[in-house]
Design a binder for this molecule. Structure first.
Ligand code: MG
Length: 360
């Protein structure tokens, strides 16, 4: 089974409500979809969102990287040589992690189909379902409280609250949400690089002193501020999760060695796909650093690849894979089932996605 053809297309899916973080506001999932056709006619699917403010990837750069560099490099390669394909994929162009991720997951989809098993089983896993949180966008306090209560009513037991725009005012938001949802709901905070190290310690400590339980605080300081991250991790009790600070395997090694964070957020769009993510899992495992899987504004194809990885790896103990839950519609057929907080893994081969209308 050889890689015969790599095609790209665009998908547009409206979001239920605008997605707002400290960095941006988005209203539609507008991603590049990849289809790889093998010599026996089997197809594999991948997806990449253009998250320019985080990964630097745009729709144009993703398409160009795939059509002009990655496609010609991988064409004709035998799927049995998975390691060789992955080395070529990561060697033929630097950075461009979203483009690589889309092709990587399509290759894994095909590889798992050639084994006749769901991808998570091919990756050595056995979890039949995983639990995701739901993201609550940054808005005024009342709106965030309303959104949080609604999420709990829909069955979500874990909320991820976006903050980081207004320093101490963020504390008010978290306090109000905690009071509204009660003590049993797990609350994750994502500052998206919005605080300085000292601000972060001040806010997190103040919340700890008031007895406001937080599951974790994600990326309190700018991605490049490694010392700041380490300072925050050392000065608060709440677990600190590195997101924008960890793209590569080397970033993960650095964070683990220096204990600069307690947890690592693995996103396929940062790592360049499953192949590199598996290496990060290996490093994290050896240091005993638990991981969370996250997504950008992705629809079911890319999020399902992350779900399969999560279902495969014991070191991944948390999932923030709410992309499909934020979308108004699901244009695909097959794949894992997204049922509120529960993601039930498909038992069909590969990622399980069987129909992608943009390819006709
Ligand atoms: Mg984050």
């Amino acid at each position: 089974m050889r890689i015969e053809r790599i095609e790209t297309a665009e998908v547009h899916i409206p979001l239920r409500t605008p997605f707002k973080t400290a960095l941006r506001t988005v209203e539609t999932v507008n991603d590049i979809i990849v289809k790889i056709t093998a010599s026996d006619g089997t197809v594999g699917y991948g997806e990449a969102p253009p998250t320019a403010v985080i990964t630097g990837d745009t729709k144009g750069s993703i398409r160009c990287a795939i059509e002009e560099f990655i496609g010609p490099s991988l064409q004709g390669m035998d799927l049995e040589d998975l390691d060789g394909i992955m080395k070529k994929l990561h060697g033929c162009i630097l950075k461009n992690t979203s483009a690589k991720a889309a092709v990587d997951m399509a290759v894994y989809d095909l590889f798992a189909k050639s084994c006749g098993k769901p991808l998570y089983q091919v990756l050595g896993g056995h979890k039949k379902e995983i639990e995701t949180d739901l993201t609550i966008s940054v808005n005024d306090v009342d709106e965030m409280v309303r959104d949080s209560v609604k999420a709990v009513e829909q069955g979500f037991g874990i909320l991820k609250i976006k903050v980081g725009k207004e320093g101490l005012k963020d504390m008010e938001r978290i306090k109000a949400i905690r009071e509204a949802v009660g003590p049993d709901i797990r609350i994750r905070i994502d500052a998206n690089q919005g605080w300085t190290a000292k601000q972060a310690v001040r806010i997190i400590t103040a919340m700890e002193d008031q007895g406001i339980e937080m599951d974790l605080v994600e990326q309190p300081v700018p991605a490049h501020d490694f010392q700041g991250m380490k300072y925050v991790t050392a000065h608060v009790y709440t677990p600190i999760l590195a997101d924008e600070s960890v793209f590569s395997l080397e970033d993960a090694i650095h964070i683990c060695q220096e204990r600069a964070a307690d947890l690592i957020n693995i996103k396929l769009m940062k790592t360049g796909g499953i192949y590199q993510a598996l290496k990060i899992c290996g490093v994290a495992e050896s240091y005993g650093v638990e991981c969370m899987t996250g997504c950008m504004l992705e629809s079911k194809i890319a999020v399902s690849a992350a779900a399969h990885l999560s279902a495969a790896k014991g070191i991944i103990t948390r999932a923030d894979l709410d992309g499909p839950s934020l979308c108004k519609t699901d244009p695909y057929e097959g794949g894992p089932v997204y049922d509120g907080p529960v993601i039930r893994m498909n038992q069909t081969p590969g990622l399980g996605i069987t129909g992608v209308p943009v390819f006709g």
